[in-house]
Write a protein that binds this ligand. Structure first.
Ligand code: NSS
Length: 428
């Protein structure tokens, strides 16, 4: 009888006696003399194959991470991972793997040096599968909710989020341009055409501080909506985040388990999320021994302390003018604060979204650009949008790597990305 080509996970579901061929990589190798055990890993999971006699001699050539094609007969065995194993008849070593370097040193730095190999680990594989679900769910949510997907350029000429984190690039004509920090301004232009738009793209920030939650290149999911205000956009954000979390809970139970993620906090993640004003947040923080001067942004430590008080994500809204970028609309009822909101993830994670209502009036925008000490000529086309049919509008940007970090329960953002870019690392 011919052998059926199957994934490792499928082989574990086959009847005893079925002949199967599995292609993959040697995850574990054990030589007991008479018998050789190969645990074979592929994109679906792992399956053990046991070899004796002539086949064992061949299996002995297969080092850890060698690529192999294994053929044999499925048999139940309670000692095997998944309760079944393949009684191997033949093994072909397709690509040898002499001295695979990941053996004893599992330090973060070393694993980052060999990230091109470490992406094969079961941990990284689980994270990458969750990340796949997250990206898919973001697209699904927006497309089902009547948004158009758009693309903005990566080369830009002026800061969106402040000059301190701009990445200069020498352009072809010798001028200096920058890598984008956010697609927001382009999305704002596009709502005059498509009304509800979103994009998923990299953003770049020359972050000088080393933290657990900053990359220099991160994936940014941004949305912008015409005729919307702060309340509207917060509702979109909580629906979006709960939709993504629900899709991960539906699709990635195995991966969450492998990562040791407690899923209770994720199961609780349903709208409405909590809402506290910046002023209320300062009061809570004061009660916990933190001193934040009114007007200052909240740092990672403050956010961590604040979210301890909440068992679901929490919006902090109405940040003071000086804590937020110039494009935020000031609250007409209280001009010293803005119609802005950050969404903070629970369990110590903190900010995953920043957003709010934009200034729609020309004079107001020009005044604020001046007040912030910025040059009007840098924002000419952006200001122009207020000259031709301006409308109230709001939007937000979600840091996808931070969302993955929280959902997967990781303690560092570099583990949420296959090939992270940080202040100190652009390799591999
Ligand atoms: O600076 S943000 O708070 N806001 C903006 O960029 C707006 N222009 C977005 C918009 O309204 N369209 O960044 C948004 C989110 C923030 O909450 C983080 O989750 C993430 O982007 N972010 C980062 N993730 C990883 N690394 C770095 N350096 C980073 N910076 C922001």
């Amino acid at each position: 009888m011919g052998a059926k080509l199957a994934k490792a996970a499928e082989a574990l579901k086959m009847e005893d006696g079925a002949r199967v061929t599995v292609r993959g990589w040697v995850y574990r190798f054990r030589d007991l003399g008479e018998k050789v055990f190969l645990v074979v890993r592929d994109s679906s999971g792992i399956v053990q194959a046991v070899f004796s006699g002539e086949a064992a001699a061949k299996a002995r050539e297969a080092d850890v991470e060698a690529s192999v094609i294994v053929t044999g007969v499925v048999r139940s065995d309670s000692r095997a991972p998944g309760g079944k194993e393949i009684v191997g008849e033949a093994v072909e070593v397709v690509g040898a793997s002499k001295n695979f370097p990941i053996t004893k040193d599992f330090s973060r730095e070393f694993l980052l040096d060999v990230r091109h190999l470490w992406v094969r680990s079961r941990r990284m594989q689980a994270v990458l599968k969750i990340r796949h679900t997250v990206f898919g769910a973001l697209h699904e949510y927006f497309r089902r909710s009547g948004y158009y997907e758009v693309q903005a350029p990566m080369f830009i000429t002026a800061a969106v989020e402040g000059g301190a984190t701009l990445f200069p690039v020498k352009y072809v004509d010798g001028s200096t341009v920058y890598l984008t920090q956010s697609s927001q301004f382009y999305l704002e232009a596009l709502i005059y055409s498509l009304e509800k738009v979103y994009t998923i793209a990299p953003s770049f920030r020359a972050e000088k501080s080393r933290t657990r939650r900053h990359l220099t290149e991160f994936w940014h999911c941004e949305a912008e909506v015409a005729w919307a205000g702060l309340e509207d956009i917060m509702r979109v954000e909580e629906e979006l985040v709960s939709y993504v979390v629900e899709r991960v809970l539906d699709s990635n139970q195995d991966e969450l388990k492998l990562l040791g993620r407690n899923t209770e906090p994720l199961e609780r993640c349903k709208p409405p999320f909590y809402r506290v004003s910046y002023d209320e947040a300062l009061e809570i923080l004061e009660g916990k021994g933190f001193k934040v001067a009114w007007g200052e942004d909240l740092g990672a430590d403050e956010e961590r302390a604040l979210v301890e008080e909440f068992d679901k994500p929490v919006f902090v809204h109405r940040y003071p003018e000086k804590a937020k970028a110039f494009y935020h609309k000031n609250d007409p009822a209280r001009p010293e604060v803005t119609l802005s909101a950050d969404l903070l993830a629970p369990e110590g994670y903190g900010e995953i979204i920043g957003g709010g209502e934009r200034i729609e009036r020309l004079e107001e925008l020009l005044e604020k650009i001046k007040r912030f000490g910025l040059r009007e000529e840098d924002y000419e086309w952006y200001v122009d949008l207020r000259r031709y049919g301006t409308v109230p509008h709001a939007g937000f940007g979600l840091g996808i790597d931070r969302l993955v970090m929280w959902v997967a329960g990781l303690d560092h953002i570099v583990d949420a990305v296959a090939f992270p870019r940080t202040i100190r690392r652009v390799y591999p």
